[in-house]
Structures are given as C-alpha cells and as structure tokens.
Design a protein around this ligand. Sequence first.
Ligand SMILES: Cc1cc2nc3c(=O)[nH]c(=O)nc-3n(C[C@H](O)[C@H](O)[C@H](O)COP(=O)(O)OP(=O)(O)OC[C@H]3O[C@@H](n4cnc5c(N)ncnc54)[C@H](O)[C@@H]3O)c2cc1C
Length: 422
Amino acid sequence: MNRDSYPHYQRDCGWTHPRNLQRTRPSLEDDDDCDAIIIGGGYTGIGIAAQLQMLRPNDDIRILEAETIGSGSPGRNSGFLLEHAFGATSPGMASELYQHYRRTHQTLLQNGLGDKKAQPARIFKGAATERGLKALRTLEQFLNASQQPFAPLSADAMTELTGSRYYKAGIELPGNSLLNPFDLITNLARNLPASVTLYEQSPAIRLFREQGMWRAQTPRGTLRAPKVFLANNAFASALGYGNAYSVKIFTYAGITPQLSGAIFSRYSQHGQWGLLPAHRLGSTLRSTDDNRILIRGLYGYESEGNDSVKDMLATSLFSRFPELQAYGLEDWWGGTTSLTANGAPLWGELKDGLYVSIGCNGVGIIKGTLLGQQLANYACGEPHIDVARLMDKPGWMPPEPFRRLGFQAVSAYERRMAGAER
Ligand SMILES: Cc1cc2nc3c(=O)[nH]c(=O)nc-3n(C[C@H](O)[C@H](O)[C@H](O)COP(=O)(O)OP(=O)(O)OC[C@H]3O[C@@H](n4cnc5c(N)ncnc54)[C@H](O)[C@@H]3O)c2cc1C
C-alpha cells in the first residue's frame, strides 16, 4: 500500500479538540462506478463537488477523503479568509482576481458558518523591522494600483489593536474574515448536496487509467469514472502527478490555553484581530473567539518537524507578548500545503479526463475554493476564469537532490531576511 500518498500527522490539531471530532461518513468498502471522482475533501475538493453538482445535478459524484473531515490539512490552518489578491500577474489581474475572491468569500461564509454568525475581525499586515516597513510601502503601492482597499496603521494603533508593542506600523485590510477552520471545513462538508457522496478514511493509494476509464484505488475498494479530479494538494505528486511543479511543505501553528477575560482583554481591546507578517517567512498571529492567541510560523520541507518547533513558535510568541510566558503554548501542530516555485497553481486538464488544482501556497481557503469551482466549470465545458492569465503557470522545479538543496538555500536566506518578522 502506498502510505506516502496521503497524510499521517504526528499530532492532533489544537482547533479540533479531538473530543469534537466525529466520524459520520463511511469509508469506501467495495468497487463501484460513478461519473466523477474527486480525490481530497478540502476546500478545493468541496469547491469542485458543489459546482459539479450544480452543473450536472444528475451525475453521481464521489469524494475520497483520506482522513476524517476536520482532522486533516483543511482544519489545521490559521483561519484567515483573505479576499485581497496579493499574487497576480499584474495589478490589473489582481484587481480582477480580488472581485472573484470577494464573491467566493461570500459563498464560503454562507455555506461554512453553520449556525454561527461571522465575528467581525480586523485583519492587517504588520512590520517589525525596517525591511518589513519597506515591504509594506511596496504593498501599499500594489494595493493602490490594483484598487484594493487598505488603510495605514501607526505603531500606536498596532499596540491598541493587539496589545503588543512589537510592531512599527501596519496596513489594515478591510473585508476579510477570521474563522475557526475546523468549524469551516466540517460545515462545508455537511452542506454538500445530498447527491454528492463523501467517503472518509478512504485515501486514494493508486490512480490509473484502464480501458478509457480512471480508477482510484483505496485500501478496501476502487472507484471507476470517466473523470477524476486531483484536489489532494501536497499529495498529488505521490499519486504520480504534478511532481515537476510542486513540493510538500509543512508549516506549524501553536495556541495558548484559554485566557481569563481580564487577561485576554489586554490583547483584544478592539475585538478579534489577525496579523499577517510583512515578510513571507514571518509569523502570523491572531486572537480567537474563545480567548486564545495563535501563532503560525516556520516551514519544513517534505517531512514534519519535532518538538523543537514548539520552542521556536513559543519564542516568537513571547517576544511579542512577554506576559504570555506565564501561560505557555497549550498545543502545537503541523499541517501540509503544496508550494510551487512562483506561487502559481497547477490547474487544468493534465491528461484526458484527469483534472488537477493544487498549489495554493499557503493561502488556499478562498483561492482553493475558487479554483475548484472553476475547474468544475472547465471540465464541463462551461465558461471559466483564465487561471494562467490571472495567476501565471507554475514554474518547473529541478529533481532531487537539487530541489531540496535549492529549497534549503532559499529558505535559509529568506529566514535571515525576515529577521524579527519571524
Ligand atoms: C498551519 C497552517 C496555517 C495556514 N493558514 C492559512 C490561512 O490562515 N488562510 C488560508 O487561506 N490558508 C492557510 N493555510 C493554507 C491552507 O490550509 C491551504 O492552502 C488549503 O487548505 C488548501 O486547500 P486544498 O483543499 O487545496 O488542500 P488541503 O486543505 O491540503 O486538502 C487536501 C485534502 O486531500 C486529502 N488527501 C490527501 N491525500 C489524499 C489521498 N491520497 N486520497 C484522498 N484524500 C487525500 C487531505 O486529507 C485533505 O483533506 C495554512 C496552512 C497551514 C498548514
């Protein structure tokens, strides 16, 4: 069995609270035929399924998910729903993409909130270094040119919002949201149309074509269909596709215990907030609606890091909030994402009837959903966005060992450049 073809995390995720994790769906236990197989029940896979079902309501659509919904990669992120388009081939394309992201954001809020209401949150980029300040100025120019809304924040305003004196300035990004990703992905899965079958604990371990049909094999069954969609992100290459364009990256999050109202109010005078680093290898921070502070940072190439990750996350958190040392990190975990050389997704039809959308490069909640929906349009011959024009095509990556060496050299350099943004 190809155990590399799906995730095996060492640690449960702090959002999940394992006691909340309920497996409600069956595994694939036999051989069957259907109209479309989707491999991966994350944001991309669910985006594909919902759109396919709308376009082809009578089709038999099946999703194979390796894990229990909520415990895997889509439930492990920091929960920023970012409608701002930072990566695009030009400011004009970013402006167009921003409109697509805004609409997708609304769809996600409609389907992903369950019985909760969206919590208002203030989201901003923060700079802690001179280099970070320079990056913010460049970003301001880009946001201006692409007509995306923003507002500058002074150092004092950053302290007011976060309770930390660490930052020299920021840029507020209105319109975005903060959610709990476990809630989001479980609600999205629950709200799938009844005609879409979602199998949990059913990893595809082999994908092959036979007599004009695609076959996706799991440990206990096989699905056969004329169309297959690869939405398994960092694990697509383990099934034999996309290896020349993407690598599997681990990144990590740590979370404090619940803080008392009196303590937490020091960090949330103006309600919930989320802070994105000025440098891409910097630390992301946010408050949560259950009075905790989360930090996300660090990158690992292809394999999951050990306990030293927790110490590094804690050091970054305490440099911003020294008083939190008294509480420590209650939990920490890793999650995978797929990274491409230039940040452009691998998207489209790779072979006859084999469609792929992977490589959201760390901001895949809205982007993955949009690319999934558009891939379904494309596969059904419906109008769709021109992904390469808006986001470019992914750059080729050299084979191992050059790829690993290249990644290590670039990330060591970038970490040095990130300095106190880490
Ligand atoms: C710590 C962390 C913080 C992050 N923070 C943010 C954030 O705040 N905002 C944001 O937008 N993005 C964030 N990201 C990135 C974001 O999580 C991803 O970009 C997003 O989840 C991509 O969605 P996806 O559906 O394409 O892929 P994934 O979420 O990776 O989903 C792929 C699914 O495929 C399944 N799978 C894998 N292999 C197989 C197989 N062989 N068979 C069947 N199923 C398989 C996996 O179990 C998974 O459910 C973060 C990532 C991490 C790790």
